[in-house]
Design a protein around this ligand. Structure first.
Ligand code: HEC
Length: 468
């Protein structure tokens, strides 16, 4: 006897797949007793009218069918609960309400069948109790799968308040300027909502962790270091989101859309800053390291350059440059932005050509000076072409001394330094180019270690470098 109990205990602690599989049929099976029991009650009600009086003979049968199918639903429900994925307290009430309903259905059957002479007041009282239990069980079951806020999520606030729920949250306004971005409400919470709450909510509680509110996040999950304010590296949550994706502890699990590199950096920074429940990014970011990433993440750094009207270029200057080997093209039909390309020319670039380029500084947004025998000294003038968005300096013998001059190019989004002699200097230049999205560093003196550092410090940046 003892060993049988032990065996059963073992099976229930570690249920085989087949039981869990059967358990998944609970939501299907459960509709049978619901149907039968409602039918039983309706027949009972209808048979009070003379016209439907003959139906009365089916009342016991209907209650019996309801009761028997309820037993089946209870068994399947129990198997489903073995997965341990459900909120324990709601589960407890749902389970016992279901069992009580089953017993009550049998009682109804006996009252109608065996003790048919019992006063009809008893028949009505237990019938109504059955209806009440049916609704209660169903409601608790719904809460288990969808979370307790499901039913009233979209209800009018007056209903919600009656049920003891807070009024619906106003959706947060889209952040328009960095100064109004809140670290938790605008960064952390939306990430959790879109990528984590699906499995970590009142109904599911995977890993005993809820990520649906600040308070719940701070309560943590089954480990006691889910979030360690001030110490990102000690936080289990950070460990989970930074593991290799194929690791079994990686979050989000089951191949759900992972956090982006930028999101990971932002979460780490939030925890490092003490994991506050609110606070402006700009106030927390005393060293001004995270601001540009936040701007980029929230799409606040859209370049307004192209919304500006620029004046027509000096045609004489354009013609001179073309005669010296430049290809010059307009970029847009209804504005005077220009693209200039010298990379196809056989000739070397002359210092005087740079002066001509300077006269086009308002219009020039793309400049290709690849393989033009540029020298470091030329870069000072190039560095004052303030509207440049794309700059290609590849294949020139320029070095860190030269690229220092590029630090004021605040519109620059793409910089090509492929095949130049630059090295560590890029580490200093890149943080100054706030709009830079892409940098080409293939075949330069920039080492793998430098690239790693660059990646770490500028997580949004696309770096095209030596193959690993
Ligand atoms: C597809 C479902 C799913 C999604 C989505 C998901 N998780 Fe989980 N999570 C789980 C399961 C299941 C566990 C428990 C098993 C385990 O510990 O690996 C868990 C456990 C955890 C734990 C461990 C709890 C503790 O305190 O030890 C953390 C932390 C966690 N998840 C964070 C996250 C974060 C952050 C996200 C969003 C990026 C996320 N999860 C998205 C299913 C999910």
């Amino acid at each position: 006897m003892g060993s049988v109990l032990l065996l059963i205990g073992g099976i229930l602690d570690n249920p085989p797949d087949i039981l869990l599989f059967l358990g998944r049929f609970h939501p299907v099976v459960v509709h049978l007793p619901i149907g039968f029991l409602i039918m039983a009650f309706l027949i009972q009600l209808a048979s009070r009218w003379r016209k439907f009086n003959p139906l009365g003979v089916y009342i016991p049968l209907a209650w019996l069918m309801g009761a028997v199918s309820a037993v089946v639903a209870v068994v399947f429900g129990y198997l489903l609960s073995l997965s341990g994925e459900y909120d324990k307290e709601t589960l407890f009430w749902h389970q016992w309400a279901g069992i009580a309903l089953t017993l009550l259905s049998f009682a109804c059957y006996f009252v109608h069948k065996q003790w048919n002479n019992s006063p009809s007041i008893i028949k009505w009282i237990i019938g109504l109790m059955g209806c009440f239990l049916l609704m209660l069980t169903g409601h608790l079951g719904g809460n288990l799968t969808h979370g307790s806020n499901y039913l009233l999520q979209y209800a009018p606030n007056s209903f919600r308040n009656m049920a003891g729920l807070p009024s619906k949250m106003e959706p947060r306004k889209k952040v328009a300027v960095l100064d109004s971005a809140d670290v938790f409400l605008d960064l952390v919470m939306p990430m959790m909502q879109s990528k984590c709450v699906g499995c970590h909510n009142e109904g599911k509680r995977k890993g005993e962790l809820l990520l649906n509110t600040y308070e719940n996040m701070m309560l943590g999950g089954k480990s006691d270091n889910t979030i360690v304010p001030g110490d990102a590296l000690k936080s289990e949550l950070v460990r989970r989101i930074t593991l290799p994706m194929e690791h079994e502890d990686f979050m989000p699990s089951e191949g759900k859309l992972p956090l982006t590199d930028q999101e990971v950096v932002l979460i780490k920074w939030w925890i490092k800053s003490g994991a506050p429940s609110k606070g402006f990014v700009t106030q927390l970011d005393t060293e001004n390291t995270i601001g540009p990433i936040v701007s980029n993440y929230l799409g606040l750094d859209k370049n307004n350059l192209f919304n500006k009207r620029v004046s027509p270029p000096n045609q004489g200057v354009v013609d001179t440059l073309i005669s010296h080997g430049f290809v010059i093209n307009p970029l847009m039909k209804d504005n005077y932005f220009l693209e200039a390309n010298f990379s196809l020319s056989e000739a070397d670039l002359k210092a005087s050509d740079l002066d001509a380029l300077l006269e086009l500084r308002e219009q020039l947004v793309w400049l290709n000076l690849g393989n033009s025998n540029l020298e470091d000294s030329y870069l000072e003038k190039i560095g004052s072409l303030q509207n440049l968005v794309k700059l290609d300096l590849s294949g020139n013998a320029i070095t860190d001394t030269g690229i220092k001059h590029l630090s004021k190019l605040e519109n620059l989004e793409s910089l090509n330094l492929y095949g130049t002699n630059v090295s560590k200097g890029v580490l200093e230049l890149v943080p100054k180019l706030s709009r830079l999205k892409k940098i080409y560093l293939w075949q330069t003196q920039v080492t793998k270690t430098d690239i790693t550092q660059l990646k770490k410090e500028n997580p949004g940046l696309i770096i095209i470098a030596q193959r690993e």
